[in-house]
Design a protein around this ligand. Sequence first.
Ligand code: MEZ
Length: 552
Amino acid sequence: MMDVIAESKTRVLQGRDERRNQTIPSQSPEERDRLVHAFHPDYKKEEYHRIRIGPNAGERTVREVAELLESDSSLPDNLDLTPQYRVDVLVVGGGGAGATAALTAKAQGAEVLLVTKLRLGDSNTVMAQGGMQVAITENDSPVTHFFDTLRGGHHKNDPKLLKVLVEEGPMAAQWLIQLGVLFDRDENGNLKTKKGGGSTQPRLLTCSDYTGLEIMRVLKDEVLNRQIPVLEFSPVVELLSDADGTCTGAVLKNMDNGQLIVVAAQSVILATGGSGRLHIEGFPTSNHYGATGDALVLAYRLGARLSHMDTFQYHPTGSVYPEQLAGALVTEGIRSDGGHLVNQDGRRFINELDTRDVVAAAIIRECAEGRGVKTPAGRVGVWLDVPMIDLLIGEGSIAKRFPAMVRQFQRYGMDIREEPVLVYPTLHYQNGGVAIDVDGQSQVKGLFVAGEASGGLHGRNRLMGNSLLDLIVFGKRAGVAAAQRAKEARVRKLTLTHVTRFRGELEKNNIKPARVAPIILPDYVRREEAPPPRPSRSLINQTPYRISPRSD
Ligand code: MEZ
């Protein structure tokens, strides 16, 4: 088998001169439609199920999400809900959207508590390696950014959300720069930009291939500097509501000792990210371990409508080999800088900067029709000819522009400056999520949602770099609106009435939940035996809001 791979690799090397000057046109709208309908996982009808209860009843989504929405709560109806914390704004999620929302709400004068499943910063934000889109160059404008994104999303984006995103983009970038994010600059000190798939202008601000990580580094520091209390290893297992169905807080679970923690809040912001760890349609994922779609199930049980839950993003270039890296991201920045996608025969088969759904569908087609390359572990992929970048723009470019990628493969003895890598689509992003308005307000009073957990902005296919912008722009808006609401709101009851009601609906519809959710962590990271309880390591900044420790 290694011989077959080596032979195919030789064809890749031999074809370089011919490919160098080859132009592959973008797909026409008709070709694009045909390709995605035939090969993109979003269009596999047999994988889709009808949602039977709740605000989206009657709509279709993938089996994994349908099961999540029809799952049971882990809590009994009669839990003691005496709160240990009482805050103005509870932010759930320690990624970019959560940190931004917390900082903004705090700047508005709100008492904020940030709680997160793993550590502050463990999130999909750091997976957006290749850049953040912002219209700042002379030939660009928010209008152009708007239409690129709309085309990329198959015209299914919520135009109100999209207008806010593109118009507030430059301010969001300015805010990050002021906080200390070190975007790449040219020799004159001007911000560098590059082009992402589906974009007509270069508008990606980058920090080599560490963009999301660099943004998260700065946001995390700022949360700590501003002394925002943070509870780590404390995922939300249920939201709380009053008799009117308004969100009034949440129940957390301390992952160290299993104890439940009740938090009363005037406003709750869900920023728990996406759902790659559901491994929809069996795909590997680029997502971090905590990406189990928690916001979807928490908000849904409380009555919030979801949007676009029939579409997911499969990033075209997930790593296929070595096996330890299966599903890990190989940034789109590589294709943006000239990396070619090449099939088993050494031929290019798609414009590498077409939109992600199109490129992913084209790779799946190549493999399905026998033009892919099999790995010893039985995976299949096509070549991403990374060394083409040094040939096209100069020796040393790969090392300089993609230090994270180089290091990622070096760990397994592979040098991407010298050899192509095998790639196949990996589950990367949830295009849909909890429906929000321009202030991040869901359909449930008191419940705000920001970042990947929310839905509608990206339509049926997100453009590269729009997620980093999304989480800053809408993290800020949710932070302001949640803090504002907290000023006006009154003290409300803490109940699990909505859980009782939801269980009633399950029963009435004869639905036996297939699982308990939020899932918290995928099954394969769950340990067989629970570790002995240990003192909690979760509180980072001492909080002034704690009411009293529980005696139980
Ligand atoms: O926005 C993204 O998903 C992104 C920048 C990913 C990447 O390929 O680097």
